[in-house]
Ligand binder design. Structure first.
Ligand code: ZN
Length: 60
C-alpha cells in the first residue's frame, strides 16, 4: 500500500532492494524494472501504474 497515489506524470521512487533512485512514468503501460537490480518498480493496471516501491516525490 502506497501512502500517496501518483498524481503527476513522473514520480521519483527508491528501489526497496538496492536503494537505487529512479524517475519513472506514473502512467506506465509496461512493467518498469529497476535499472540496477531488475526488481519490479511499477506495474500497469490499465490506468495509473501501481507503484511497488517507495515514492520519494512527485515531479510535475
Ligand atoms: Zn534495484
Amino acid at each position: 500500500m502506497s501512502l500517496k497515489e501518483p498524481k503527476s506524470m513522473f514520480v521519483k521512487v527508491r528501489c526497496s532492494k538496492c536503494k537505487n533512485e529512479q524517475i519513472i512514468f506514473g502512467n506506465a503501460t509496461t512493467v518498469v524494472n529497476c535499472l540496477v537490480c531488475g526488481k519490479e518498480l511499477a506495474v500497469p493496471t490499465g490506468g495509473r501504474a501501481k507503484i511497488k516501491s517507495r515514492i520519494l516525490e512527485s515531479l510535475n
